[in-house]
Structure formats: C-alpha cells, structure tokens
Design a binder for this molecule. Structure first.
Ligand SMILES: NC(=O)c1ccc[n+]([C@@H]2O[C@H](COP(=O)([O-])OP(=O)(O)OC[C@H]3O[C@@H](n4cnc5c(N)ncnc54)[C@H](O)[C@@H]3O)[C@@H](O)[C@H]2O)c1
Length: 301
C-alpha cells in the first residue's frame, strides 16, 4: 500500500489541544510532519483560555520522536490568524497544510438565541477559518503547493435542532472552501471539507454513552490526514466520516423543469419535476451550472 507521508511538511492544526484536533496532530507528528499545535485552551462555549492543552499535545508529539510547536492564539481575529501562520514560518520555514478545526458551541433553540450566540460562533468557525486560511494561502501560492482541510458539520449540511448559529457558520465554511479550491487550483492548492461525527467533550451529551463508544476520534483521523497530504489529488469536495464510515457528500442539481413564462401555478403543477434529483449533476463552479439552462430548454424537444 502506498504510504501517506509528511517528511519536510509543516502542518497547522487549529484547536489541536483537545478532541479531534489532538488526534490529527498526534497522527501527523508520528508521520514526520512538523506540527503547529494551535489551541486557545478555552471551554466548549469559548470562555476562558490557557496554554496547557496545546503544550501537552506538543510534549506528546516530541516524546514520540516528532517535531511540534505550540501556539495559543485565537483563530477568531485577523491578528490571531496571522500569528498562527507566522509561528509555522518562524519555526519551520513555511506552511504546507492547514486543518481548520478550532470550534465552539452556543446551542439554543432559535427563538431564544441572542445576537451574541450568533456572533461568537461566526467569529470562531467562519471568520476563524478565513483568518487562518488567508495568510496561509498567500504563502502556499508563492510556493506552488498547499492543502486545506476545513471542518464543517452534519449540523450545517443537513440541519440539527438548536444549532442555527453553528449550522449557518458550518455551511459558510463549505462556501468559503468552494471558492478557495477554485482560486487555489492553478497553484496546486487543494481544499476540501470534512463533516465528522465523533465523541468529544463537544458532543458527549449529543451522542450519549453507547453511541460514543462507537464514534471515536481515531475514526476521523485517517481521512483528514490523507486530505492534508501530498498524496491527496482531490479538491473542492465534502466528506463525511464517523465510526469507521467514510463517504463523499455532494451538492447536486438536476436538469429540472423549463418554462420561460412560468407562473406560480406552473410551479405548483410541476413541483415534482423541479424537485426530481434522479439524474444528479454536481457543478464544480457557477459556470458549470449555466449549460443546464439550455439543457432544460431543449429537454423533450
Ligand atoms: N465531534 C464531532 O462530532 C463534530 C461534529 C461536527 C463538527 N465538529 C467540529 O470539529 C471540530 C473539533 O471539535 P471537537 O469535537 O474536537 O471539540 P473540542 O471542544 O474537543 O475541540 C475544539 C478545540 O478548539 C479549541 N478552540 C476553541 N475556540 C478556539 C479559538 N478561537 N482559537 C483556537 N482554538 C480554539 C478548543 O480550545 C478545543 O481544544 C470543531 O470545529 C467542531 O465544530 C465536531
């Protein structure tokens, strides 16, 4: 079997002091990657901070014979994002891959959700991904190589009660990554999204004890490590992982129904054909969708 190796590669993992990020960082360290272990060291709701989680992961990587450096900045500010990428450049000379994993939760049903619950989640997840991606992208463009693994969630892709803020941010990360993949293509920069399901301090209540035993963080790591590697030729895609299952998630459309003078009654009469996705098409850009307008017009002619 071909090896997935990280010799002479520098990888940033944000939020790597706990849970999934820690599992990614440890595996990367054991594969020869120089790892920037970023973690703000706060609670699940984003309150507090501390250096211990990042330090402990760095110590573990070094004790196992690997190379790693800690960074304690928040991804949620422009300065924080720049400092995280600068830590990689100062310590190891460059950045080859970024896993944008840092995250928090502020769950509430929509009617009770405060503006601050939205802002905090957008700041860490969506803006945090932007703030780390941008300086890394500039460096990767110059060197003609880069890998991004951005972290979404089934809560955004499919929906989950009480997570409107989180779902919106996590779906925003899909949009951000679609464009990142398109703009990075000619510089050998690949950008993909994962939607994990794993038992961590963030999800212990959601999954419960029995389910948690099946959904380990180590079940997610292989996919993330592959997507962050030189061996990954895939870009602009979304993947699900959990409990040993790995699958692609697609955003698809179909040829659809055509009627240039349609009225609401025509939509009502043809909603079945409009909703039909039995011949799915997966556009990889806005331009990719445009030919479908002609196809729909010509359908049945
Ligand atoms: N566990 C799951 O099933 C699941 C499902 C879908 C998505 N996710 C996503 O996976 C990622 C990791 O989650 P986890 O389950 O391992 O949770 P976790 O709480 O164990 O780990 C998240 C880490 O991010 C750090 N962090 C939070 N805010 C930060 C900031 N502003 N800057 C830097 N670090 C910060 C925390 O200190 C923590 O160590 C998150 O983005 C989460 O939304 C997890």
């Amino acid at each position: 079997m071909s090896q997935v190796s990280f010799e002479n590669r520098t990888v940033i993992v944000t939020g790597a002091g706990n849970g999934l990020g820690k599992a990614y960082a440890l595996d990367l360290g054991s594969r020869g990657a120089k790892v920037v272990v970023n973690d703000l060291g706060g609670a699940v709701d984003g309150s507090g901070s501390g250096s211990t989680p990042a330090d402990e992961v760095v110590n573990e990587i070094i004790a196992n014979g690997g190379e790693a450096v800690a960074n304690y900045d928040s991804v949620a500010t422009k300065e924080g994002g720049e400092s995280i990428v600068q830590t990689a450049i100062d310590s190891f000379g460059t950045v080859d891959a970024v896993i944008n994993n840092a995250g928090i939760l502020r769950d509430k049903s929509f009617a009770k959700m405060e503006e601050e619950d939205l802002n905090a989640i957008i700041d860490v997840h969506l803006k945090g991904t932007f703030f780390v991606c941008q300086p890394a992208f500039i460096q990767m463009k110059e060197q003609g190589y880069g890998r991004f693994v951005n972290v979404s969630s089934p809560s955004g892709l499919f929906g989950n009660f009480g997570q409107l803020n989180y779902g919106a941010a996590k779906m925003g990360i899909v949009g951000l990554t679609n464009v990142l993949a398109i703009e990075g293509a000619k510089y050998n920069i690949k950008a993909n999204v994962i939607a994990p399901n794993a038992a961590t301090r963030m999800t212990e209540e959601l999954f419960g004890e029995d389910m948690s035993k099946l959904l380990t963080v180590d079940n997610i790591t292989p996919l993330v490590v592959y997507l962050a590697s030189e061996q990954c030729e895939v870009t602009h895609e979304i993947f699900s992982a959990g409990g040993g299952r790995f699958a692609r998630i697609g955003i698809s459309t179909d040829v659809g129904y055509f009627n240039a003078s349609a009225k609401a009654e025509d939509i009502f009469a043809n909603i079945g054909e409009i909703r039909d996705l039995s011949n799915p098409i997966y556009p990889t850009s806005l331009a990719d969708e445009l030919p479908l307008f002609n196809e729909a017009m010509n359908k049945g002619n």
